[in-house]
Design a protein around this ligand. Structure first.
Ligand SMILES: Cc1ncc(COP(=O)(O)O)c(C=O)c1O
Length: 362
């Protein structure tokens, strides 16, 4: 039972369950769990521990600071920093036993000077990080005696298993591995797959897969669940209710006007907590045993729900999203209603919302 204003409850058993599904799908490949952005909003350290307990071998972050925070929490598992690192990152990585994923000559030189382990990244089509002058990068790595333990890339359209970009990226990756081998590099970790590819594209698994969103129980492929269990439930307690007549304008701009005499429930969460402002009149919440729309403009700290003649009182629990098992929407449903992806819905829940861990120690 919720005793505070609001909470994001994170079910670590669900995380372990999801990692087990991903391990089974990964086959012989090791599993790196992406815990960047504070574990997609779930708490990087707690998720990391649960994932490692469930057999994940690696952790993935994007900032060296995120890797340092895992080390400070006493986590000793291998950690890969998965975004092009800034100057000076090599020394930090070496000091904290972090692996650097990189694709630029400057970052490679920085890592070599510091003696940091590197995973060379080839751009196979995403045009984000990764090298587009791969022969030169691998030649430089070989000539400078870089400690290259991995070669990797990232997929553009893995969530659409039939998209032609998948085959073209797989072919470019295979070619890049040959070029690296010809330059004399022998990386033991070749990796390409995110959650979607882990679950749908065996040929992309190589030595290591890098799931993120599926670890949190949110399917990367529309219409499929793969048995994943959503880990986060965002809930609050109704702060107050009021009975109002038909024609009552609600919240800033009166973008909602009550169509009949009704009861309004005030929910003490707003965009300052990570509830998107465009949930206004669009997303649903579960309260009083039924779903109701967010009614009127989402404010910084609160929003209103027209609960009709539902028996809703101050102190009642309102669930924004969760597993869906109790009738509440899922983060995937929120994302669909708001024209975004579930990643954004969970990751944007602010630190102001206390996390409560359930399902074993975190
Ligand atoms: C480089 C890299 N690998 C793996 C992942 C995990 O992706 P997903 O959450 O889709 O499984 C991400 C996240 O975007 C990423 O940037």
């Amino acid at each position: 039972m919720l005793t505070s204003r609001a909470e994001a409850a994170v079910d670590l058993d669900a995380v372990r369950h999801n990692v087990a599904i991903l391990r089974a799908a990964a086959g012989d490949a090791q599993v790196l769990v992406a815990v960047k952005a504070d574990g997609y909003g779930h708490g990087a350290v707690e998720v990391a521990r649960a994932a490692l307990e469930a057999g994940a071998a690696w952790l993935g972050v994007v900032l060296v600071e995120e890797g340092v925070a895992l080390r400070a929490a006493g986590i000793t598992a291998p950690v890969l920093v998965m975004m092009e690192p800034p100057p000076g990152a090599g020394a930090v990585a070496a000091a904290h036993d972090l692996d650097l994923g990189l694709g630029s000559p400057a970052a490679l030189a920085d890592a070599v000077a510091a003696g940091a382990r590197v995973h060379l990244k080839v751009d196979t089509g995403l045009s984000r990080g990764g090298s587009v002058d791969w022969p030169t990068l691998v030649k430089t790595a070989a000539e400078t005696d870089a400690n290259v333990v991995g070669v990797w890339s990232h997929l553009v359209c893995a969530d659409d298993p039939d998209h032609p970009a998948n085959a073209s990226q797989a072919a470019r990756f295979a070619e890049a591995l040959e070029v690296a081998a010809a330059a004399g590099l022998r990386p033991s970790l070749r990796h390409l797959a995110n959650s979607a590819a882990t679950l749908t594209a065996l040929a992309t698994h190589y030595d290591l897969v890098r799931p993120g969103i599926a670890v949190y129980g949110l399917s990367p492929v529309p219409g499929e669940t793969y048995g994943l269990r959503p880990a986060m439930t965002l809930r609050a307690r109704v702060a107050m209710t009021k009975d109002v007549p038909a024609g009552t304008g609600v919240s800033y701009g009166h973008r909602y006007v009550t169509p009949r005499a009704t009861r309004l429930a005030l929910v003490p969460l707003g965009y300052g907590d990570g509830v998107p402002r465009n949930a206004t009149n669009t997303a649903e919440v579960f309260v009083g045993g039924a779903r109701h729309y967010v009614s009127g403009t989402v404010c910084m700290d609160q929003f209103v729900v027209d609960v009709g003649d539902g028996a809703v009182e101050a102190g009642d629990e309102v669930v924004l999203f969760g597993t869906g098992d109790g009738g509440e929407p899922t983060a995937i449903e929120w994302a669909a209603a708001l024209g975004t992806i579930s990643y954004e819905i969970v990751t944007r829940v602010m630190p102001r919302v206390p996390r409560r861990y359930v399902g074993g120690r975190g």
